[in-house]
Design a protein around this ligand. Structure first.
Ligand code: KIV
Ligand code: ZN
Length: 529
């Protein structure tokens, strides 16, 4: 098969049909998952890491959705070099115009991604449109996007539940209108691999101009089949996979980027030599960064990036591994960026720290490097060994620039028959400490109730988890919380060698995030003169 890569990626040859393009939608579909929202600075940091990963396309957001989304897409399009930058738009003029404005700074790397549902159920109940109207709108939307950029992707939403004949007609029409990529989404995660693969093959057999565009797939994980479905599509001709780091996304999430990439790399034999351009050593740092920024904890047994993914507990496995790693290991931890060296110490100067951070893929300002160096020294005073993971936790902490309206100043918690907490907080605008003490069902409950009393904002803790960043009894504890404040679900995360302190900091991080969101919403609603 020969795909028209030269139209989409000028400079690439037509015979590159073993290349699978990685379209990352962590910042758009991933961020749509409740409680995972990120501010512009956090999105930019994730986008920088996506560039280090060498993804081909970053879907940076849905510019019409809010001013915050628009601002983030524009900032990413202005700063990030390397990947193409896409903005999502419905097949509606004002959406397309706004997306075009947001991606403009990326100039010839700008992509507009337009979508319109095609399945019978969406046509009847959501859009109330007949097939011919959908076809007409899809073509008009594609053409309008093409009036702004050369690179236009069209997605027939709910494609996997669309009548194949109609899906083929829409695909053919948008390609004829100039779409450079046509994406076939399994929007509700309904597909199963053999049928989804067959659907892609059907399109290749029935759409006469299909080789003029890249065929893409976008799978949701409602049945746990998103990765399997994406790979089945690749085997049948798809050459772009849309996915997210850690598989985050609406409901059960999207296909996980790290799983797709490592499946294609590790089972090169089974996938006829398909390859991606991903630097796999950046996968683990990317996974950690996204988990930190969104507060979405990665499950321990998650393939590729979970804590247990490379841990061998059973004696028989350990014995085999010592004799030959390949007895039980199909991928090497180092290949996904999981090496852990003991080379961080309190005597390192900020130049040495900066150099090592750069090797780990972080680009920090001088001031940030100094802050990280101080934090490493403080940690080295508290614990015997400082690992790469500890340093990553510290660095990622520096990036969470949520304005600290409420700051922890002092904390003392006692457990026992009547758990008691004494808390002192500082409110940024007043700059004077406020203290209170109280009891609760346990030490954490006592502490959080006391915080609520001081701030006057009651939070409902929906989820609380604690994990260790590295190893040993003195390891850094990492606490993640999901809290509902005044009807809004937010996440918070913090690290400390003291998990009670980490819990207070994570809770305050969630509260500050909620207040920051409220402030930004209020600003956006201010009437303009
Ligand atoms: O799941 C979906 O259909 C989408 C489209 C906008 C591509 O996210
Ligand atoms: Zn989706």
């Amino acid at each position: 098969m020969g795909f028209a890569f030269s139209t989409v990626f000028p400079g690439k040859k037509d015979n590159m049909n073993d290349q699978v393009l990685i379209f990352d939608t962590t910042l758009r579909d991933g961020e749509q998952c409740p409680g995972a929202s990120m501010n512009t600075r956090e999105k930019l940091e994730v986008a920088r890491q996506l560039a280090r990963l060498k993804v081909d396309i970053i879907e940076a957001g849905f510019p019409i959705a809010s001013d915050g989304d628009f601002e983030a897409v524009r900032a990413i399009a202005s700063e990030i070099q390397g990947p193409r930058i896409a903005g999502l738009a419905r097949c509606v003029d004002k959406d397309i115009d706004r997306a075009a404005e947001a991606v403009k700074p990326a100039s010839d790397r700008a992509r507009i991604h337009v979508f319109l549902a095609t399945s019978a159920i969406h046509r009847q109940y959501k859009l109330k449109m007949a097939q011919d109207e959908i076809l007409k709108r899809a073509v008009e939307g594609t053409k309008r996007a093409l009036s702004y950029v050369k690179d236009v992707e069209f997605s027939p939403e709910d494609a996997s539940r669309t009548e194949p004949e109609f899906l083929a007609a829409v695909t053919e029409a948008v390609i004829a209108a100039g779409a450079t990529t046509v994406n076939i989404p399994d929007t509700v995660g309904y597909a199963v691999p053999h049928q989804y693969g067959a659907l892609i093959k059907y399109l290749f057999d029935h759409v006469k101009n299909i080789r003029q565009a890249v065929i893409s797939v976008h799978c949701h994980n409602d049945l746990g089949l998103a990765v399997a479905n994406s790979l089945a599509a690749v085997q049948n001709g798809a050459r772009q996979v849309e996915c997210t780091l850690n598989g985050i996304g609406e409901r059960a999430g999207n296909a996980s980027l790290e799983e797709i990439v490592m499946a294609l790399k590790t089972r090169h034999d089974a996938f006829a030599g398909f390859q991606t351009g991903i630097d796999t050593r950046q996968l683990y740092p990317a996974s950690r960064l996204v988990s930190h920024m969104t507060g979405m904890v990665v499950q321990r047994n998650k393939a590729v990036v979970g804590d247990n993914a490379f841990a061998h507990e059973a004696g028989i496995h350990q014995h085999g591994m010592l004799a030959n790693r390949e007895t039980y290991e199909i991928m090497r931890a180092e290949d996904v960026g999981r090496s852990s060296e003991l080379t961080w110490g309190k005597h390192m100067g900020h130049h040495a720290v900066g150099k090592k951070l750069e090797e780990m893929g972080y680009k920090l300002s001088d001031d940030e490097i100094r802050r990280v160096t101080e934090a490493i020294k403080a940690l080295a005073d508290k614990k015997k060994s400082v690992y790469d993971e500890d340093v990553r936790a510290i660095v990622e902490g520096q990036f969470t620039e949520v304005p600290q309206v409420w700051k922890l100043d002092y904390l003392s918690v006692m457990t026992g028959t009547i758990p008691t907490a004494t808390v002192r907080l500082i409110r940024a605008d007043k700059n004077e400490p406020i203290s209170d003490a109280g009891t609760g069902d346990g030490p954490i409950d006592a502490m959080l109730k006391t915080i609520d009393r001081i701030t006057g904002i009651k939070g409902a803790l929906n989820d609380y988890s604690v994990g260790s960043v590295s190893r040993g009894k003195d390891a850094i504890g990492e606490v993640s919380v999901r809290v509902q404040f005044e009807g809004r679900m937010v996440t918070g995360k913090a690290v400390s060698t003291d998990i009670i302190e980490a819990s207070a900091l994570a809770y305050l991080n969630a509260l500050n995030r909620c207040l920051d969101e409220q402030r930004r919403r209020a600003e956006a609603e201010k009437p303009t003169l």
